[in-house]
Ligand binder design. Structure first.
Ligand code: PLP
Length: 359
């Protein structure tokens, strides 16, 4: 049975063409600074984001960590969304390894912290307080695109108080693709987003379909500091041009197509919304969240899994489109969801999963 894996856009496998690019990559020892493919990628991504310098990293988590430790000293703090990846899902790395205190703030349904809350959280220069040093934003957040007006106002507010601004841009190419619209120039849209920030971390292993890799971009001075942190946390890599080549390939072939993933997500969201018993909570870019009536989310997940369709969540389910999902997979998903909700509650979930046989 062909699996439709909608758990995340991190599950993509490198395409044949990407594997070929990996095979052909020229490499050197990047700790000595002589891997030409890594150097070329870093230069290219710095230019694409309008920054002075860039550094290749094995993961988005390490890239964000290096950014936070490069911006902040012990006893500094960063202001961040309560549900942001850099606060909630990175093992508390900034606090554990950098003695940097997070100041998490509530986000609204679009993932935005209110400007009033940000202003109130910025501490005066007083020995009672940690030094407010950095504002961290995330775009996209849960698939949602931050409005430019918000990016402009939040970063201006931070700067006014002497804070630097970092963007966790794990899916910033999706944000740029949404801003650009189908057929629009995603790279131009990217630069308009990154222009608000002092540093940005972009990921290649999500919607761009590479197996590994993120790049942190910022000033030459910031990247110099980040490079020391990267070494400290074991991120100095050797013949890593094989991975940089995958990222280069993704930039050439997988950026301008992102709107296809967004169109499939929109198709899925529209189909789900039309099914009684479901409520699509948010559907922007490539991520769809849906609430299932009567707490039947876990049963629906089991029903889908028995039919080779993988998603995540419990009460609110999450479906993510990406390179390895096509229209047929979306139609199969919708048909399976309709089948589940058409059945009597007692006939669904574990009972139906068992009836469907092994998967
Ligand atoms: C928004 C966001 N930031 C950062 C990361 C961390 O990336 P990685 O899994 O490469 O460490 C993720 C991972 O899914 C993410 O979704």
């Amino acid at each position: 049975m062909k699996i439709v894996d909608l758990r995340s856009d991190t599950v993509t496998r490198p395409t044949a063409a990407m594997r070929e690019a990996i095979c052909l990559a020229e490499v050197g020892d990047d700790v000595f600074g002589d891997d030409p493919t890594v150097l070329a990628l870093q230069q290219r991504v710095a230019a694409l984001t309008g920054m002075e310098a860039a550094l290749f990293m094995p993961s988005g988590t390490q890239s964000n960590l290096c950014a936070m430790l490069a911006h902040c000293q012990r006893g500094d703090e960063y202001i961040v969304g309560q549900l942001a990846h850099t606060y909630r899902y990175e093992g508390g790395g900034a606090a554990v390894l950098g003695s940097i205190q997070p100041q998490p703030l509530t986000q609204d349904a679009q993932g935005l912290m209110s400007l009033a809350d940000i202003a109130a959280a910025i501490k005066p220069d007083d020995p009672h307080f940690a030094r407010s040093r950095l504002l961290c934003l995330e775009n996209t957040w849960n698939g949602q695109v931050m409005p430019h007006s918000y990016l402009a106002e939040a970063t201006a507010l931070a700067r006014q108080h002497g804070l630097a601004c970092h963007l966790d841009g794990a899916r910033v190419f999706n944000a740029a693709a949404a801003d650009a619209g189908p057929g629009g120039d995603v790279f131009a849209a990217l630069k308009r987003i990154t222009a608000y920030f002092d540093s940005v971390s972009v990921c290649f292993s999500k919607g761009l379909g590479a197996p590994v890799g993120s790049v942190l971009c910022g000033s030459a001075e910031l990247i110099h500091r980040a490079k020391r942190v990267r070494k400290m946390v074991g991120g100095g890599m050797r013949q890593v041009g094989v991975l940089a080549a995958a990222a280069e390939h993704a930039l050439d072939h997988h950026v301008q197509r992102l709107h296809e993933d967004h169109a499939l997500a929109a198709q899925l969201a529209a189909g789900l919304q039309a099914i009684p018993g479901l409520s699509v909570r948010s559907a922007a870019t490539n991520i769809v969240f849906v609430d299932v009536a009567d707490g039947r989310g876990a049963d629906l997940l089991a029903h889908l899994k028995a039919r080779g369709i993988w998603a995540t969540g419990l009460i609110g389910l999450r479906f993510v489109t990406h390179l390895d999902v096509d229209s047929e997979g979306i139609q199969r998903t919708l048909a399976a969801v309709r089948e589940f909700l058409a059945a009597e509650p007692g006939q669904t979930g574990a009972a139906q999963a068992a009836a469907a046989g092994p998967y």
